[in-house]
Design a protein around this ligand. Structure first.
Ligand code: PNS
Length: 167
């Protein structure tokens, strides 16, 4: 069975992520969406919330599962017995860092192959960071994230502003 891992921090899941999941699920017989920590990013959602968010948007796929892991991606891949990592590439600006990560992962485990899928140009301007920034200023993020994720973000922002006013 051809298996692949689609890793990310998914904080939050965007329509761009979902497009890669949809297309990768057609290329590979089994796709593991791996929720990992990215130490370079501040998070809005806990790991459990991100898993729950992803599960709610991939429940229509029989061959997609969501798993979280704290630690190195290559260790996770080895534990799962998977040697293919799928990453989405939005623009040249993504390439430099993705290239570095692919090489580091290859150095850590030479059996791991990273494959890049070019993002659909409808979604190439969307990133989790942009979604967090726009939503934190009350901007409209519909069309950037799946409807279930939109509700989760709205709830999170509502709770945060309630916490601020009660303090
Ligand atoms: O969606 P992101 O934030 O671009 O995903 C990055 C992620 C989470 C895949 C990356 O930070 C990662 O692999 N984290 C796990 C730790 C690790 O293996 N780091 C070494 C690769 S540089």
């Amino acid at each position: 069975m051809t298996k692949a891992i689609y890793p990310g921090s998914f904080d939050p899941v965007t329509n761009g992520h979902l497009d890669i999941i949809d297309r990768a699920s057609k290329v590979f017989e089994h796709l593991i969406v791996a929720v990992l920590e990215n130490p370079r990013k501040d998070v809005m959602f806990s790991m459990n919330e991100r898993v729950q968010m992803l599960e709610s948007v991939v429940d229509c796929y029989d061959n997609v599962e969501v798993v979280c892991h704290q630690g190195l991606l290559v260790d996770f891949a080895q534990k799962q017995g998977v040697s293919i990592i799928v990453k989405g590439l939005r623009a040249i600006s993504d390439f430099e860092f993705e290239f570095q990560m692919a090489l580091v992962n290859k150095k850590l485990n030479c059996d791991i192959e990273t494959m890049f899928m070019v993002t659909n140009n409808m979604y190439s301007y969307i990133s989790s960071s942009i979604v967090k920034e726009v939503s934190s200023y009350g901007g409209d993020i519909r069309g950037l994230v799946p409807p279930k994720v939109y509700s989760m973000i709205k709830n999170k922002i509502f709770k945060r502003s309630n916490n601020k006013t009660t303090k």
